[in-house]
Design a protein. Structure first.
Lengths: 139, 88
């Protein structure tokens, strides 16, 4: 683990109750991985399941944490990013309360300050959701 | 199949490019002409340029960068850039 739940807010701009990532497990320019436990009082839980919007936000916050970590590693300041677009979204399942999901993000393309990433979230090895996302990073 | 995988003629590359640009950006194929402005014709915003980069890489196996787009105004400019990268 490279960023723990206790220090994640030093790398992302989000604040409770809208923090949708716990630990950043690994981050390189080619691949990010995080985990997140679904608590019962999470604002994006409905009928005992974490909703699609939460899984998408989890992918975006995994990116935010990883970009923040890598920027700091390279002696820069973490930048703010925004979701520019979401595409090729596929939902296979939703995780129940008390489950811990794992999320893998692969940056595929960069054009200036816009990054195209592929994100996938998993529960016990089974894919829950996959999508492509364009992240716009402020300069 | 990529232009680099099987030796395609330059004319075939251009025709294939017109096909996938027309389909992806929902633009009349007949408007994709060398003299027409690429950005205006395809109605590109900054996010769409990323789609264009992905599309060119997937279809022609050519990698474009932000710097490359500084020299592109028309489809003709665009074709010349792709041609240089393909070394056709």
């Amino acid at each position: 683990m490279i960023i723990s739940k206790q220090t994640i807010t030093g790398y992302i701009p989000h604040r409770a109750p809208f923090i949708m990532v716990d630990n950043l497990l690994s981050a390189s320019r080619e691949r990010f991985e995080s985990d997140f436990r679904i608590e019962e009082d999470n604002v994006l839980v409905e009928n005992g399941y974490f909703q699609e919007m939460g899984l998408i936000e989890n992918i975006a916050q995994t990116c935010a944490a990883a970009f923040g970590y890598l920027d700091r590693e390279e002696a820069g300041e973490p930048k703010t990013g925004f979701i520019g677009a979401i595409g090729r979204l596929e939902v296979f399942g939703l995780p129940p309360v008390n489950a811990t999901i794992r999320t893998v993000v692969t940056p595929t393309h960069q054009l200036g300050n816009i990054y195209m990433i592929k994100g996938e979230s998993f529960l016990e090895g089974s894919i829950l959701l996959g999508c492509e996302m364009k992240i716009v990073v402020t300069e | 199949m990529h232009a680099n995988d099987v030796k395609m003629s330059w004319e075939e590359v251009v025709e294939e490019t017109r096909d996938f640009l027309s389909e992806e950006f929902e633009v009349d194929r007949d408007l994709i002409l060398p003299e027409n402005n690429l950005r205006n014709t395809l109605d590109l915003d900054s996010l769409d340029y990323v789609d264009l980069v992905v599309l060119i890489e997937e279809n022609l196996n050519v990698k474009l960068t932000g710097e490359d787009f500084k020299e592109i105004a028309t489809f003709g400019d665009f074709y010349q850039l792709v041609r240089r990268k393909l070394e056709l």
